[in-house]
Write a protein that binds this ligand. Structure first.
Ligand SMILES: [Zn+2]
Length: 317
């Protein structure tokens, strides 16, 4: 990379498909976005990807693009170059890398899951900057994450490593759509927090808002049921974070996403619960902080993954 080189990035999710040209300092120079036609067939979804890429290729800056990174809702299979996002049912084993390469002038393409992409972004530009061992998480309608180990992003062989949302923390807990039981996501996601609060007797304000944001507001006002729902989510997150730290010795856990925006309503019980679960000497000093990257994390992280692809010259996947 020279200072004028750029990386193209795609961030593919269930609600939007975003694209960008990112420079070597991590700044977004060109950006574009379309809603994901998530209920349509494979080709209709891909047509939206082509529209987003088309806008990038028409930019005068496109000539500087040296590689293309994709962060996609998972599961992805980076080894096969395919994606099967849970929230885009039309795409199952969709050959995204091959199809994107064909319309991007043959640029080398790197594919990772959206969790690892966010970890790459936080490590490059955000709260995990300067840490060689980090877990970065998103807690919103789902729970995902990615790992930085030994100073580098660790996406794993298929690009999904760090998916903390589907670690079981309640062996006899409720069945999870993934097929397991008692997963972190089923306790700590926004909808799970809201459901728990409602089941335990919390009632929304007259505006009828039953989202986790409303539960957080009630918790902030001292509602004991709302506070208990957040405390339970915090314990699930703490158990998952402690397990990760015990396995691979992370120094920091970065937590972002809509639920993390509730601030100390989540982080205070999370820090307390970590003291209960992260007990061994080598995990006791683990810190938990809010994410710093905003909605651009997926794009910046996809660019980071392409920049840091193995073998120096950014080989095709
Ligand atoms: Zn699960």
């Amino acid at each position: 990379m020279t200072r004028t080189d750029l990386v193209a990035a795609l961030d593919i999710g269930g609600t939007k498909i975003a694209g960008a040209l990112v420079d070597a300092q991590g700044r977004i120079r060109v950006r574009t976005q379309r809603p994901t036609p998530a209920r349509e067939n494979a080709e209709a979804v891909h047509k939206t990807v082509e529209e987003v890429l088309g806008e990038l290729t028409r930019s005068p800056l496109w000539a500087g693009a040296r590689a293309l990174g994709i962060g996609s809702a998972g599961p992805v299979d980076a080894a096969a170059g395919t994606v099967s996002p849970v929230n885009v049912p039309g795409w199952r084993d969709f050959p995204l890398v091959e199809r994107v390469q064909a319309v991007s002038g043959g640029l080398p393409v790197t594919l990772i899951g959206d969790g690892p992409a966010i970890a790459a972004a936080e490590h490059w530009q955000g709260a995990a900057q300067g840490y060689d061992h980090a877990l970065c998480m998103v807690v919103s309608t789902g729970v995902g994450g990615g790992l930085v180990l030994g100073g580098s992003l660790y996406p794993g062989p298929t690009g999904n490593a760090g998916h903390i949302g589907h670690i079981s923390v309640d062996l006899d807990g409720a069945p999870c759509p993934c097929g397991a039981r008692g997963c972190v996501e089923g306790i700590a996601s926004g909808p799970s927090i809201a459901r728990r609060a409602l089941d335990d007797g919390w009632r929304p304000a007259p505006d009828g808002d039953t989202s986790a944001v409303a539960v957080a507001a009630a918790a902030r006002d001292g509602d004991p049921v709302a506070r208990a729902a957040f405390a339970r989510a915090a314990r699930a997150l703490a158990a998952g974070i402690a397990a990760t730290a015990t396995l691979v010795e992370i120094e920091i856990a970065v937590v972002g996403g809509g639920v993390a925006k509730s601030g100390e309503v989540l982080f205070a019980p999370l820090r307390r619960a970590l003291r209960d679960y992260a007990t061994l000497s080598f995990v006791r000093d683990l810190t938990v902080v809010p994410a710093r990257m905003g909605t651009d994390a997926g794009l910046v992280g996809a660019a980071a993954a392409a920049l840091n692809a193995p073998c120096g010259v950014l080989p095709p996947v």
